[in-house]
Design a protein around this ligand. Sequence first.
Ligand SMILES: [Zn+2]
Length: 223
Amino acid sequence: MFDYQLKLSKRRKTVAIKVTPEQVVVTAPENVCEVALENWLKSKKDWVHTQRQKLELAPNKQKPLQTRSLLVFGSVYKIEFSDINKPVIDHESRFIYLPEVLRQERLEFRRAIIKLLTDLLSSYLELCLEQLSKQMNCHVSAVKIREYKSRWGSCSSKQALTFNSLLAGAPEHIIDYVIVHELAHCHVLAHNTLFWQLVEKHYEDYKSARLWFNKNGKALMIE
Ligand SMILES: [Zn+2]
C-alpha cells in the first residue's frame, strides 16, 4: 500500500485520489466504510504508482541558481559567476557569465536571467518577424516581450504582439511556431478551423509544435 492523507468531506459522494509530487490525498464521503475504502485503495495501488512515476519524469521548472544552467534556444548553457559588471553570453562554448554580486541575490539573479532571455528573444524576433509578417500579410503595430506565467504570446485587436521572454529557452523552430500563431491572430482572433488552416499554411507541422509545448512548456519556466 501507499501512504496517503485522508480528507473526509460531508459534501462528497464518491472517493477521489489526487497524486501530487509531495503526497497522495484521498478525499472520501464522511460516512465511508473504512474497510471498503482500504480495499478500493489497494486496487488502485498500481495506478498511484504510475501517476507518481509520471510526475517524477515530467520536467520541472528550471532552477538556474541551483543547477547553474539555463536553456537557451533549446540547448543547456552553463552559468558561471565572474568578476564582470554585465552578463556575457558565449554561444560557442555555451556559457553564461554573470556578475559575482548576483550569486547571493536570488531576486536580482532571476531578474538578470529574464533580462538575458528577453534580449536574446528580441534579437531573434528582429531576424524573423519582419519576413514572416510580410509573408503572412500582417501589419504589426508593436512588438513587446515580457514574462508571462501561462501564455507564450498574444496578439491584440490592434495587431500589437507580445511574446513571453521564456520562449528564448525553446529551440528556434518552436519559437517560429509561436510567431506564426500570433501573426495568424492578426487575421483570425479565435482558435477556429480557419485559424488553424492559416497557421498550417505557414507552419506545416504545427501539431508537433503544440505537442512540444505540452511536453516541455513547463521546463521553460523559471522558479
Ligand atoms: Zn492563440
